[in-house]
Write a protein that binds this ligand. Structure first.
Ligand code: ZN
Length: 446
């Protein structure tokens, strides 16, 4: 009864308030998930040509880039033609922020967003207010996982909006109406894990949405203490999901785990299907290329992710290098969907800061740094009570920002941790060419 109310009244109300047409998009995407790979390519290229025209005419950055490279919009007709356009890096996004905004779209149609990045380079950007196909794609995948709109869910996350809600009363009402319970990944001490387990037993969510590291720690605790918590599915994102984590989570909650992939700038991009082969790319919304030394990686070869978002007209991301490393496959999935496949995102290394009574996941750390004038950062836990934060400053960086970082970090860390800030102009990459946000030299066990 409550679920029906949620599904037919409250959720559509929220959608229309936010300007989202989620239901319309789900219906569309449920059809396109069954079209052939050739038809998918046609659909993408049709959208690509419109986006390129728009970017050339209305976005100063692209107009200049096209002129500089002797390109006309007509030169970009296919996904292969995209290679003619230079890559947009995070640094270029930061340096050309204003010139990347479309001049012909009302500011009311955009929302400012930011990310600390999985590579430790914070950026700000605009997204269309109507999330477009992103939410539709998310819900298409939830249907694959046996979830319906209106089903209750729990989230172990670092959502800033949940923290922004001042009173417990309004938070509780919001959670009740949405059929949702928020569990903060900021604190996962043993005491909190007990609270999480009891909350899940009481609330009875259908699924759990979490960082893999957080779901894994909770799963280990649930198994160790013998709690009986049964879920329909667990979905994970934002970090690499390791096989050992998947196995423990599946055993603890008696259900399958599904991984999904996205980034703050282009939102949801790929979802594991019930075959658990790889992740199907949301090709109706994005074109994902992988590059190895600036040329296209072969199928099955790992490369840096370069994404073109076919839906963002307010600040177009065309050939945007988001800092992740992935492998695209040319194989087909047994589920019958021909949406192209990508392997689990390798570049996202799961690192946690170890505390005396728990840990802090790396996505939590990125939320602290996301709005700061910093080109790059990295947090290194040298010893249990000693942290070094490496920072490459932007020109606007000041003492105020250092104070902010120390205050935030101290909020989450043990009391007597020594933090050294090291301003540098170089942060080393890992072997995979990937920057790690957090490196901990302290072993972690629960
Ligand atoms: Zn499949």
């Amino acid at each position: 009864m409550i679920k029906e109310m949620r599904k037919s009244f409250y959720i559509p109300l929220i959608d229309s308030y936010k300007g989202n047409s989620v239901i319309k998009y789900i219906n569309k995407l449920e059809q396109t998930q069954w079209i052939s790979r050739e038809e998918i390519k046609d659909l993408q290229e049709k959208k690509l040509r419109i986006l390129i025209q728009h970017a050339y005419q209305n976005v100063p950055y692209y107009h200049i880039i096209f002129r500089k490279n002797g390109l006309k919009p007509e030169d970009i007709k296919t996904a292969e033609d995209l290679g003619k356009i230079p890559i947009l890096t995070r640094e270029e996004l930061r340096n050309n922020f204003n010139d990347l905004i479309a001049r012909n779209i009302s500011p009311k149609k955009r929302v400012l967003s930011s990310t600390g990045g999985s590579t430790g380079e914070p950026v700000k950007f605009y997204l269309p207010k109507d999330g477009g196909l992103a939410w539709g794609a998310f819900w298409r995948a939830l249907v694959w996982y046996g979830i319906e709109r209106g089903d209750k869910f729990a989230q172990i996350w670092s959502h800033s909006h949940s923290h922004a809600i001042k009173t417990n009363f309004y938070k509780k009402i919001g959670e009740f109406l949405r059929g949702y319970i928020f569990l903060s990944a900021f604190d996962m001490s043993e005491k909190k894990l007990k609270y999480f387990a009891n909350t899940l037993i009481k609330f009875k969510p259908k699924y759990l949405d979490s960082y893999p590291s957080a779901a894994y720690i909770l799963a280990k605790y649930v198994k160790k203490k013998g709690f009986n918590i049964k879920l329909k599915s667990v979905i994970t994102t934002a970090e690499k999901l390791y096989d050992y984590q998947r196995q423990t989570i599946e055993e603890a909650f008696g259900c399958k785990v599904f991984e999904y992939y996205g980034c703050g700038e282009c939102l949801s991009m790929a979802y594991e299907c019930p075959e658990h082969k790889d992740l199907h790319i949301t090709s109706e919304k994005v074109i994902i290329e992988t590059l190895k030394k600036e040329i296209s990686a072969l199928p099955g070869e790992m490369g840096s992710v370069v994404v073109t978002d076919l839906d963002n007209y307010v600040m177009p991301f065309i050939r945007y290098e988001n800092g992740d490393m992935a492998t695209i496959s040319d194989e087909f999935c047994d589920c019958g969907r021909e949406l192209p496949l990508m392997k689990s995102v390798e570049g996202r290394i799961t690192d946690v800061i170890v505390k005396s009574d728990g840990f802090i996941s790396s996505p939590i750390v990125t939320t602290i740094f996301k709005n700061l004038p910093i080109q790059q950062y990295q947090v290194i836990q040298e010893e249990k009570k000693h942290l070094v934060i490496k920072i490459i400053k932007d020109v606007k960086y000041s003492q105020k920002d250092t104070d902010f970082i120390l205050k935030k970090m101290n909020n989450y860390l043990d009391k007597d941790v020594e933090i050294n800030i090291d301003f540098t102009d170089n942060i080393l990459n890992t072997k995979a060419g990937k920057q790690r946000v957090v490196i901990s030299k302290v072993p972690f066990e629960i």
